[in-house]
Design a protein around this ligand. Structure first.
Ligand SMILES: O=C(CO)[C@H](O)[C@H](O)COP(=O)(O)O
Length: 235
């Protein structure tokens, strides 16, 4: 059964708020993107108002950066601080090995850049994001250079994907990422049996900049749901 929207929001908020407790004085923090990350950023802002002193935070999207500034988080960039202590972000799907699909908000490339700059990546989500097999509830997004849309689409179809160019909400115009690229959403009809193999094959396509697979990157997951908060580690 799909939980009521208010319940879902309360779970996202619980996960985001719990993750804010992981941040310590002096840390450099990576900020994710999406509705769950929004709760984390807001809770971190609140902790800073209460006296927490971090060195700075790097955002994975222009949207998160704007929110961070609004709630009083000192923002910095990877040019000044290329190594971060902690990255907190949401996900669209999480499997038992803590392999993720991300990019529902279109920020996958910067999210992966910030995640790999961090010593520790903790994913936050409500329990509806847990799946046995990646690709069952959502497509796998690929960030693609606009010049290469058609050849990349053909090669993704040859891998068995049904491919859709992502559009801006309520519009016929393509969604454009913060990096000036487009997103091709790839649905694999039975889900993805071997995420490593499909990721490798997708990454080989010239013109495809990155995929929404985040494999062996998250060290821990804070999952909120009907039984409260659970902290999961990879199986
Ligand atoms: O990857 C992302 C954005 O690119 C988000 O983290 C992912 O889509 C989850 O979002 P939400 O917390 O809103 O469900």
């Amino acid at each position: 059964m799909i939980p009521h929207e208010n319940l879902l929001e309360s779970w996202k908020k619980a996960a985001g708020t719990r993750a804010a407790e992981l941040v310590e004085d002096g840390m450099l923090v990576g900020l994710g993107t999406g509705t769950t990350a929004h709760y984390f950023i807001t809770a971190l802002g609140q902790r800073i108002q209460e006296g927490l002193q971090i060195k700075g935070a790097v955002s994975s999207s222009l949207g998160s950066q704007e929110l961070a500034k609004k709630v009083g988080i000192p923002v910095t960039t990877l040019d000044f601080n290329p190594t971060l202590d902690l990255y907190i972000d949401g996900a669209d799907e999480i499997d038992p090995f803590l392999r993720l699909v991300k990019g529902g908000g279109g920020a996958l490339l910067r999210e992966k850049i910030v995640a790999t700059a961090a010593r520790r990546f903790v994913v936050i989500a409500d329990e509806t994001k847990l799946v046995q097999r990646l690709g069952t509830h959502c497509p796998i997004p690929a960030e693609v250079v606009p010049f290469a849309i058609t050849p990349v689409r053909r090669r993704l179809e040859a891998l068995g994907a049904l491919v859709k160019l992502r559009q801006k909400p309520a519009s016929d115009a393509p969604f454009i990422t913060d990096n000036g690229n487009v997103i091709l959403d790839c649905t694999f009809p039975d889900g993805v049996a071997d995420p490593e193999a499909i990721d490798t094959a997708m990454q080989r396509i010239v013109g495809l900049v990155d995929t929404g697979f985040f494999l062996k990157m998250a060290e821990e997951a804070i999952i909120a749901g009907k039984d409260g908060i659970k902290v999961l580690r990879p199986n």
